[in-house]
Structures are given as C-alpha cells and as structure tokens.
Write a protein that binds this ligand. Sequence first.
Ligand code: AMP
Length: 474
Amino acid sequence: MSFENLGLTAELLRAIREQGYTEPTPIQRKAIPAILTGKDIMAAAQTGTGKTAGFTLPLLQQLAINPLPKGQRPVRALVLTPTRELAAQVGDSMENYGRHTGLRAAVIFGGVKINPQIEKLRRGVDMLVATPGRLLDHVGQKTVDLSQIEILVLDEADRMLDMGFIHDIRKILALLPSNSSRQNLLFSATFSDEIRKLANRLLDQPELIEVARRNTTAERIKQTIHPVDKGRKREMLSHMIGSRNWRQVLVFTRTKHGANRLAKQLERDGLSASAIHGNKSQGARTRALAGFKSGDIRVLVATDIAARGLDIDQLPHVVNYDLPNIAEDYVHRIGRTGRAGNEGEAISLVSADEYRLLNDIERLTKTKIPRVVIKGYEADPSSQAEPNQVGKNSSRGTQLESKKGAAKNRAETGRRRSDNGGSKSSRGDTGEKQTAIKRPHKHIQRQHSEEKSRSPQRRSRTKRDKEIAALLGG
Ligand code: AMP
C-alpha cells in the first residue's frame, strides 16, 4: 500500500516524498484513514513505528481542508506530550509534514524563556505542541486560548498519567470545547488494562487501533542480558564499547546523579560521553543531544525521562546500565533503537540485586531474554540471586535492597513530576537526596517482609491507578 491510497492531499503527499518515505508503516495505514473520518481513536503502537506521522498527517489534513475565514487564527489542534524532547520532535514533524499547507505550529515547553513563546502565540498559530506544565503557565498568563480546539492528541498518554500529569490534564481538558465537539486521539506505546479503561472515559466511542501485541518489545531489537557484579559494571561497559568499537551508544541509568557519575567515569576511560537528565538546562540537553546525533559524543548517558521520545536516526545500541524500576520503562528505553525498520541491539547489565526487576520485565514483555556471560566479568556466585528467589530470601542484604528499591522508586516518581518541562513555580524537584538510604532501624526492618512481597512497580502502579480513578470519578 502507498501513501496515495490513504486519502491524503497533494500537499501532504509532496511533503512525505520529501521526507523520503516510500510507504506507510502499519500504524500509519490504520490510523490515518480512521482519523480522517473524524472519529476518536485510541492507538497502541510500539515505539519507533512512525506513530507521530500517524496522527500528524491526518491532523494537518483535517485543518487544511476545513479552513477558517480569513483573519481568524485560533489554536485549532493541541498535542500534549510528557517531555520537552518529545514536544520538540512532534513540533518538527508538524513543520516538516505541514510545510506546503500554510498551517503554523508552535512548540511550548518549560526550561526555556517564556517570552519568545508568547510572541509566537501572539502572531497566531493553528497547532500547538505542549508539555502540560508550561501550557498551564501560559493559560495562567492568558497568553493562550484553548476554547476553539478541534483536535486533541495525547501522545504517550500512559506515560503522562504515569508521570502524575493527570491533574494538569484535567485542568487543560476543562478549558477545551466539550468532548463531543472535538476529536480526541490517544497515542501510546504501552497500554495497561487500567489505563485503557480510564482513557476510554475521556474518548467518545473510540476506535481501537493496535498494530502489535500489547507491551511487546520491537521485534527488530536483539536483546541480551549480561550478568555482572554491580561494582564492575562501569569497567565492563567501557570494555564493551571499546572492544566492539561502538560509535554511538545510549546508556540508561536510574538516577541523575548516576548519569553524571558514569559520564565522568567514561570520559576518564577515554570515551567521549555526556549526561542528559532533568537537572540539566534545556541548552545543555539540546547540546548533548546534538553532539550525540552528529557523532561528536560517543556515549550519551540518560535518565528515563530525559530520553523519552528521543528519535535518533539508526541508533544501533542501547545499554541498560541499571534496570528501570518500572518494567514498562524497559520497553520505552530499548525502543530508542530498532526504529523505523532498522536493526538494533539492547543490552542490559544486570547485577544480582536486579533480578526481581528483570523478572517483572520478562513477565510484561512475555519474553525470556538470553543471558550471556562475558568472559572475565563473570558474576561472583556468592552474590547471585535467581529471579524467583529474590523476595523470598530473608537475608538482610535482600531486605536492604527491597527497601532501597522502594525508596528509589518514590524518589524517581518525584523526579518524574519535576522532569517534564513544567516551570519551577508550578512544581518542585525532589532532587537526588531522596535516594539516599540510611541503615534501617530494627522496627523498620520488620516492615521489610511486607515490602518484599510487593514489587515497587506494583505498589506505585496501584497508588497511581487509585489516584487516576478518583480523579476521573471511577
Ligand atoms: P515515531 O515512531 O513517530 O517516533 O517515528 C520513528 C521514526 O520513523 C522517525 O524517525 C520517522 O521519521 C520515521 N518514519 C515515520 N514514518 C515513516 C515511514 N512511513 N517510512 C520511513 N520512516 C518513517
């Protein structure tokens, strides 16, 4: 099937040709015609499948073929994204695909000056791509009017709810025309059943679009686990990058502090490296990303939020230096490679304390990821813990890890809230301090047995879902 069969206008087909796309991806084949009928949709697609064009192209077409009288230029379409980087990328796509339509887009996110954004809005835009926090800042300053939105897109919708944006989203929804007089599109790489149910309430008889098994990892990505002792991860990473001659590798760490430290250590090992996370200024984030894309920086060390939505052409290697606390994040992380039909490799360095997280990931993705021991870096057998033994084990070491995981998870959730592009005035940053674990007192140790039986991921999800259900009146 070609793009010509999807009912797109000549202006859009021209822009698609200029992008070099020859045929639509599966999500585009399904989503474009559905959106053009004006229906609400809820689309679950693997990351890197071309979903941005899947909603941007029909959105542009809907606006272009229904022009408003001359002299009127209200904001007609709003795309909400969880992160600045994703907002910038969606904005770029709008400009690229819409270059022959005469429609104008603005991108709005925090961490940069608000005045140029105000100026752009004042000149008139048809489409807005925004992170929720900064958008509400504009609403507060009355520099944006959302009362004439015809199309609303929630991109990475599950993650927006996950990151605690539900309050902001509700506030924004209240400023839009009623549900029935606008088209609502929900895009997400993963959909838990709970989020799916809740999201359904926001949509009017949505058409469900699914192009891959839910919560699966892209099939073009070769996944490997390298068991290793925690203290030897950095050394092994440098060895792998050097001996395999990797020129461009994205490495994930759980914390901002960890990202900084690792980038510094890799530099000391002679590898050009940069860290990207929410505590870095937007300028530093943009510079690091540009250096990485151009090949000047060989290793980009990122936290989950900063890397969300990154689209790096033909990125060959992703390394999980730490496994994420939330299993869904694994899917998003490794989805940075193997994009748009390219092959990719995702490697996870897993120490004994992380096997429970690995278990969660394998359960979610319904795959058993091959374990490959690297010669010279064999994990010390005395620190090995098999997946289902972690949690049943009553040793003090395991208890400490359990508590550590829970505390880290809380701290990470806090960071997520602050790592999204909202202004400092509307949200605080919990910082790294919360990850510091003190040796537990005896009475706290007793509570650990309860903590052990529930993974950090499950607890945080239950809390989050309760909050969402309450807010949505469920
Ligand atoms: P996305 O999933 O929207 O982040 O897109 C992933 C990558 O696929 C981006 O680099 C797009 O430019 C690229 N892409 C999107 N649609 C197509 C297509 N039909 N053919 C080839 N590449 C595409």
